[in-house]
Design a binder for this molecule. Structure first.
Ligand code: ZN
Length: 212
């Protein structure tokens, strides 16, 4: 059996949203993830029930969770919208507190599998998956930490924009140094032995060829 390393991946938008809201709030904030049918650990959207928060706790309004889940259930099966609980810590540590463990177990503990994920304002992350052991005679929980963060290949679309839409101006060798006009990186091509004329500066494949 091959070892698997599940990772909780966020789309660039959801990762930006979570990090922004984490930094903007002075308290903890909590939410749940909406994932894709193909990958239940790929977070495509976040939903935020009403909640009362302090610097160390998030207390969800049960009625709000129920209402929002009812709406969500028209579009998503529970596995895609109610298995991953995410919250932020306003400090530097992403370690779960006793209250976090309690909340996790209260809200999602009864399901076959669930994830608790924490992002701290200082950037630290913590994520843990737990699931019931299949084929076990007794009901046992297996749990282990997993990595979390923005989907590693998630910037492809933005990379593509850079690749197709952004290029450097054509530079003609005059033999004379030219200091006017453009500044920054573009100037360097005047001194550079390489020709970047038709080569896209941001081309992913030629990143290593970029002038230092
Ligand atoms: Zn916490």
């Amino acid at each position: 059996m091959t070892a698997i390393n599940p990772r909780l991946n966020f789309s660039p938008d959801t990762w930006a949203q979570l990090t922004y809201m984490c930094k903007a709030a002075s308290t903890e904030i909590g939410c749940f993830a909406i994932t894709t049918p193909e990958n239940n650990l790929y977070v495509e959207e976040l939903w935020f029930p009403k909640q009362q928060c302090t610097a160390a706790t998030v207390e969800f309004d049960d009625e709000s969770i129920a209402d929002m889940l009812e709406d969500l259930s028209e579009k998503y099966p529970p596995e895609e919208c109610f298995r991953i609980w995410i919250h932020t810590h306003p400090g530097n540590s992403a370690s779960p507190s006793g209250t976090d463990e309690q909340t996790f177990s209260n809200i999602l503990g009864k399901f076959d599998w669930a994830v608790m994920a924490i992002l701290a304002k200082g950037g630290q992350t913590y994520a843990r998956i737990q699931h019931k052991t299949p084929f076990s005679l007794e009901t046992e929980q297996v749990e282990y930490p997993i990595e979390m963060g923005v989907w590693k290949d998630g910037y492809q679309e933005w990379d593509n924009i850079l690749e197709t839409q952004v290029s450097t101006p054509k530079v003609y060798q005059t033999g004379k140094a030219y200091y006017g006009g453009v500044s920054g990186n573009y100037d360097r091509s005047l001194w550079n032995p390489y020709s970047y004329d038709d080569d896209n500066y941001y081309n992913i494949g030629s990143k290593n060829a970029k002038p230092k």
